[in-house]
Ligand binder design. Structure first.
Ligand SMILES: [Zn+2]
Ligand SMILES: [Zn+2]
Length: 346
């Protein structure tokens, strides 16, 4: 019988939807980078932990298949539209089935997988059946799973369907992201130290950091109103670079709930590496007439935006202009007209 090292499988499911664009996304990348380097410097984690990273936006992608800690490299995280949680949970289960070694008559298999899910939105795919399958594995003690919901739009109700351990943070900011990754890394170090002795792979979590809070098991999570943010996808007409314009819904009073909600631009996010392929098709539920207080193009400072005849949106110097679309290269005379914008893509 060959010498066999029992591994501690660690899965990270990371929400890469456009709503994390900007500083939070930079903090997620930095946090993951420091998690990998911290664990690679910890002798116990290095010996026992194996890491997998699954990113999800419009669809989910296994960015790192389950890999021994010694061999892990930083994956490429990319933003996209959508929150394909169901697909992420499906990839997770398939990976565990394929890669986590089970007990046999003569040897003990790998330890129970420890799964950390981080999201700031609501699922945009069909997720309930996958959630129930994962919940059954958590319930029968085959998985340890912790779900973290950040910001007001996180769907804690969905998370509590997946696992009884739900952690929330009111804010979605770089400090929260940094604390999350430090905490995961401390958890993995603690567990790998425990299992390297005579432990059984049970998770004994370090205290949850200040900015995160465990949702009590008896609390009924609140479902928030949907579609707080909508995003416009734009290319700069001068540099062809891509950016997102983020709009936040204005508060509505009881009396004006019949009117369409209005949105104000709150930020523009230059995005170098947007995952167009994985992005969910927008459902076009908001019209551009509902969008206000535009911000200038971050690349050329053009104050407005327009849409070409094929439906590509880009920055524009004014209401009427002759421009060449940076996406399809067709030159048009533009008149600004209203068009639909996807919303609620997580
Ligand atoms: Zn521009
Ligand atoms: Zn075009």
């Amino acid at each position: 019988m060959s010498e066999f090292v029992r591994r501690l499988p660690v899965y990270l499911l990371l929400d890469c939807s456009e709503s994390v664009a900007g500083e939070p996304f930079e903090a997620i990348k930095a946090g993951l980078h420091s998690l990998i380097s911290t664990l690679q410097q910890d002798p116990m984690a290095l010996e026992t932990a194996a890491l997998s990273v699954i990113g999800f936006s419009g669809k989910a992608t296994e960015l790192i298949p389950l890999t021994d800690m010694t061999q892990v490299n930083m994956p490429r995280l990319r933003l996209g539209s959508g929150t394909a949680l169901g697909s992420a949970l499906s990839i997770l289960q398939a990976s565990i089935e394929r890669n986590v070694r089970k007990n046999s008559a003569t040897t003990k298999g790998d330890y129970k997988p420890n799964i950390f899910l981080l999201t700031d939105g609501r699922p945009t795919d069909s997720w309930m059946a996958e959630a129930d399958k994962v919940r059954a594995k958590v319930g029968s003690n085959q998985y340890n799973m912790i779900a973290v919901g950040c910001g007001d739009d996180a769907d804690l109700e969905a998370l509590s369907r997946i696992t009884p351990i739900v952690i929330r943070s009111k804010d979605l900011n770089p400090e929260v992201m940094a604390q999350f990754f430090q905490w995961v890394s401390a958890s993995v170090t603690t567990v790998s130290t425990a299992v390297s002795g005579a432990g059984n792979g049970e998770i004994h979590l370090p205290n949850v950091p200040d900015l995160l809070e465990v949702v009590p098991g008896n609390e009924q999570p609140v479902t928030h109103q949907s579609d707080r943010f909508v995003f416009l996808h734009l290319h700069c007409v001068k540099t062809r670079q891509f950016y997102l314009m983020r709009f936040e819904r204005r508060p509505q009073s009881e009396s004006d709930y019949r009117n369409p909600p209005q949105y104000d631009c709150v930020a523009v996010h230059p995005v170098e590496d947007f995952d167009f392929e994985s992005s969910a098709k927008s459902s076009a539920t908001v019209s551009s007439a509902q969008l206000h207080s535009l911000k200038a193009c971050p690349y050329c400072n053009n104050p407005g935006y327009g849409m070409c005849l094929k439906g590509h949106t880009h920055c524009s110097p004014g209401k009427t202009a002759t421009l060449t679309c940076p996406v399809c290269n067709v030159t048009n005379l533009y008149e600004v007209r209203d068009f639909g914008v996807g919303s609620g893509a997580g």
